[in-house]
Design a binder for this molecule. Structure first.
Ligand code: AGP
Length: 614
């Protein structure tokens, strides 16, 4: 989820590009850079850290005037967030500069091919491959547009690319596959950007691009083709958002935008991690297979929503790997004198990578000689640096304080870890792993279908906006979902909400049941042991005591219908994957109810996005 800007026109490109990057600042990032194309050559400046660091470099080492330029703010996926990995990336001769958002799945093979041909890489990024490949095409006599078309035909994965070439100072060329790129249509000037926020100060006329398209912008106009060079039409539209709405992609809240980004976030987290040969490759796994075979216990450490992701993961980890797995609140772990040794694998889950409770817990674990693996969404944050291995989620920046896409992608990353352990330790055959990966790879589409029909959940939230207490019940992997649903409502609506294991009802909580009390029930898929039958009994018990039952059940489950005052249908997925779909209606419910109450959904009272104190 990087920020990209391209400009061709009569204004000074530097000002337009840097201002455009500033408009994308909300996307969060760890480095920034620009490249300008004057009539002679390319000039580039880039720096790690905030945009202010780039401003400082531009002051200290001014760039010549130019009316063509590209810029980038990076949210690192491959390669640490430092100066050498910052974009733009240029070929060795400085003929072409390119910026990129996304993940090029086949970059390792492309890099090996280029290195074998004598290319020396200056960075650790997948993007630099594109700069070298474009330069080779330019050397063959292609113009930048044809070069981009040719290179895109070789790329796999999700990408937005924007490039400029010294020999062709009249155009900027972009391309997209499964990653955003929009055109701003000006008078004698044109723009490319990750989203319209970057250029609506200059123009509100935009052009939406389709999948697998290359766009060439010049002062005179815009030309769009497919990757084979065949002309295609973009979709023109007028941007009527204000800047604040534009930063949120037209949504009212970052949280709502991030809820709707979940199909893409899950798909990106899976990208490049499962080979065609049916084997998993976790490129940041710095623990050897032998070390992983020595593991005799897993302890998951996390806080808040990330802790609930760990609770979900436990079911899959133990079922697929047969390794005992404890899930513990990081803030409790080191004070209980835990039993940890070199055969313990500590898995720290953290979206920010900066949560002090979790950091202190892994430091304690390392002192006890445990191996530590982080699951984190923020490349270059403290936790991955203090771990033996890291699996990055590729959710992109999560701006809303209430975690949504961070949670789903953490679960996916845990599943990838569990399957990798099963692969390494032989507790799952290759075909079994392939079958499970196929099921996981079907989740983004299931999420999209669920979100497309989520309207009734929003109506329910507005109807229940005066509720003073809401309960959530779940069983098995649905129990942590109930806990997460309650936390979302607490965080956002500031009302009493509590999640329970449904089997605990008769041990106390059923005393809470009263007339009209809203109770969400996450029903396990049918056909799994007696779980489903027991949950239906629970629904009957609470309904008999007046509760308002809001039942989340898979499509086709007709058994629950007579007991559901409100029925929310979930896509059919295997039991262990149901948290990935069951959580979404609860996120939407909490977001919409808080909105109805007039609360600040993105910045709830008393909360911070990252709790960097104990
Ligand atoms: C979740 O909505 C909250 N923002 C909070 O519980 C969060 O999950 C917790 O503070 C852990 O944060 P981390 O994932 O960045 O470590």
């Amino acid at each position: 989820m990087c920020g990209i800007v391209g400009y061709v026109g009569d204004q000074q490109a530097l000002g337009v590009v840097v201002e455009g990057l500033r408009r994308l600042e909300y996307r969060g990032y760890d480095s920034a850079g620009v490249a300008l194309c004057d009539a002679v050559r390319l000039h580039a400046r880039k720096r790690s850290g905030k945009l202010a660091n780039l401003d400082k470099v531009l002051d200290e080492q001014p760039l010549p005037g130019a009316s063509i330029g590209i810029g980038h703010t990076r949210w690192a996926t491959h390669g640490a967030p430092n100066d050498r990995n910052a974009h733009p990336h240029l070929d060795a001769a400085g003929r072409v500069a390119v910026v990129h958002n996304g993940i090029i799945e086949n970059f390792a093979a492309l890099r090996a091919e280029l290195e074998q041909s004598g290319v020396e890489f200056a960075s650790d990024t997948d993007t630099e491959c594109v700069a070298h490949l474009l330069a080779l095409e330019l050397d063959r006599g292609l113009d930048l547009t044809a070069a981009m078309q040719s290179v895109c035909r070789r790329l796999e994965g999700a990408f937005t690319l924007v490039a400029t070439a010294a020999a062709d100072p009249s155009r900027v060329v972009g391309a997209r596959r499964n990653s955003p790129l929009v055109v701003g249509l000006g008078d004698g000037e044109n723009f490319l950007a990750s989203d319209v926020a970057a250029f609506i100060a200059h123009t509100r006329q935009a052009l939406e691009l389709g999948q697998d398209q290359v766009v060439t912008i010049t002062r005179e106009g815009v030309r769009v083709t497919d990757f084979d060079g065949r002309p295609v039409e973009g979709t023109a539209y007028h941007v009527d958002w204000d800047l604040s709405a534009a930063e949120k992609g037209g949504y009212d809240w970052f949280m709502r935008k991030e809820i709707y980004e979940q199909p893409r976030a899950v798909a990106d987290t899976l990208l490049g991690r499962f080979t065609r040969e049916g084997t998993l490759q976790l490129d940041e796994m710095r623990l050897s297979d032998d070390e992983l075979r020595e593991v005799d216990k897993i302890i998951v450490l996390a806080c808040g929503t990330s802790f609930y992701a760990g609770l979900v993961a436990k079911y899959a980890i133990e079922h697929w790997t047969r390794i005992p797995c404890e899930v513990e609140l990081a803030s409790e772990f080191r004070y209980r004198d835990p039993i940890v040794d070199h055969s313990t694998l500590v898995v720290a889950i953290s979206q920010s990578g900066e949560t002090m409770d979790t950091l202190q817990a892994i430091r304690h674990a390392r002192q006890q000689r445990a191996r530590v693996l982080s699951i984190c969404n923020t490349n270059g944050s403290t936790m991955p640096r203090e771990s033996d291995a890291v699996i990055y989620t590729h959710a992109g920046p999560e701006i809303g304080v209430a975690s949504t896409k961070g949670f789903l992608t953490q679960i996916v990353a845990c599943y990838l870890l569990a399957l990798y352990l099963a692969q390494v330790r032989g507790t799952k055959f290759g075909d079994e792993i392939t079958e499970i990966m196929d099921q996981i790879e079907a989740v983004p589409a299931a999420l999209q279908k669920l979100l497309d029909g989520i309207g009734p959940v929003e109506e329910l939230a507005r109807e229940l906006s005066t509720a003073r207490s809401v309960l959530f019940l779940g069983r098995h992997a649905g129990y942590p979902v109930a806990l997460e649903g309650a936390l979302k409502l607490k965080e956002l609506a500031y009302i009493h909400a509590e999640g329970f294991a449904a089997g605990e009802l008769k041990h106390g909580p059923i005393a809470l049941m009263e007339e009209g009390l809203p109770v969400f029930v996450v029903v396990p898929p049918q056909g799994r042991d007696q779980l489903h039958e027991k949950m239906v009994n629970n629904i009957q018990e609470i309904r008999a005591r007046g509760a308002r039952t809001i039942v989340l059940a898979e499509e086709g489950d007709e058994v629950v219908v007579p007991y559901a005052d409100t029925l929310i249908r979930l896509p059919r997925v295997p039991t262990l994957l149901q948290p990935l779909v069951a959580t979404v209606p609860l996120q939407v419910f909490a977001c919409e109810l808080a909105t109805a109450l007039g609360h600040d959904v993105d910045q709830p009272r008393n909360l911070a996005k990252s709790v960097t104190v104990e």
